[in-house]
Design a protein around this ligand. Structure first.
Ligand code: ATP
Ligand code: MG
Length: 247
């Protein structure tokens, strides 16, 4: 479904992604794991088209020079230079890191806004599905986004991505800053979303709670692929065990 081949991204002369290749098949949950500044957000933003957008903006104001090399294909089609909105229309939807939501809009309004590219009838139905995935949000429909807890904002952010009708849902650090209980909720939601036929690519630093849910995973360091395998293979790998499980 998604093919990333030899993808490199430079910010000025700093290499953020170094010839990275990975693939995601229809119906999978695939994890990308790595510590701070490994390149997870750069990868997600490049797949969603935000890196290219940033590059254009920087060029316009004569700022930072950003270079993107490599191949990016979605369902066989080259999307490396497609605009973010075009990618959303094709079904690539990113829930960004640190769950940005509209702070002055209610939960209900936030969900509605993210369906703006979709037909109204469909948005209504997907909003009720989003509440089914995160029942906790049902009680908060009228609360302003800015008044939600971090975990509630994260649920809302993923709910918003869901309403935009992804075929491939990209989640950048969905567990960041959440309690173990809320982390388990998010992992369960990821599985529910996949049950609805949506493919999931999730980037995380705190891999431990996510490992059991993934079909396959990639471990990256300094923008370079270190290791790849199925969920069980990675969990059995001694290096992974010491780095992520402390054993
Ligand atoms: N706009 C930018 N300009 C310059 N360097 C950047 C920019 N964005 C990211 N970088 C650098 O690229 C590298 C990869 O960063 P990235 O944010 O992709 O990592 P990450 O794995 O998401 O980290 P974290 O876990 O902290 O979110 C880092 O060295 C970072 O400093
Ligand atoms: Mg990041």
């Amino acid at each position: 479904m998604l093919e990333v081949k030899n993808l490199s991204v430079y910010y000025e002369n700093a290499l953020a992604l170094n010839g990275l290749s990975l693939e995601v098949n229809q119906g999978e949950i695939v994890g990308v794991f790595g510590s701070n500044s490994a390149g997870k957000t750069t990868l997600m933003n490049t797949i969603a088209g935000l890196t290219l957008d940033l590059k254009t903006k920087e060029e316009r104001k004569g700022g930072e020079r950003i270079t993107v090399h490599g191949e990016l294909k979605f369902q066989g089609e080259d999307i490396l230079t497609a605009k973010p909105s075009e990618r959303v229309k094709k079904g690539i939807v990113l829930s960004r890191e640190r769950h940005p939501v509209f702070r002055d809009s209610s939960v209900e309004e936030n969900l509605k806004i993210s369906g703006f590219l979709r037909p109204a009838g469909e948005v209504k139905e997907r909003m009720s599905q989003a509440y089914a995935i995160f029942p906790h949000l049902t009680r908060l429909k009228r609360r302003k986004g800015g008044l939600l807890s971090g975990g509630e904002q994260q649920m809302l952010a993923i709910g918003m991505a869901f309403v935009a009708h992804p075929r491939l849902l990209l989640l950048d650090e969905p567990l960041l800053g959440l309690s173990p209980l809320l982390q388990a909720d998010i992992v369960r939601a990821m599985r529910d979303i996949r049950e609805q036929g949506i493919t999931v690519l999730v980037a995380e630093q705190y891999a431990r709670p996510i490992f059991p849910a993934i079909d396959r995973g990639y471990i990256i360091e300094n923008g370079t692929l270190i290791l790849t395998g199925t969920g069980p293979e990675l969990m059995d790998n001694p290096e992974v065990r010491s780095a992520y499980f402390g054993v």
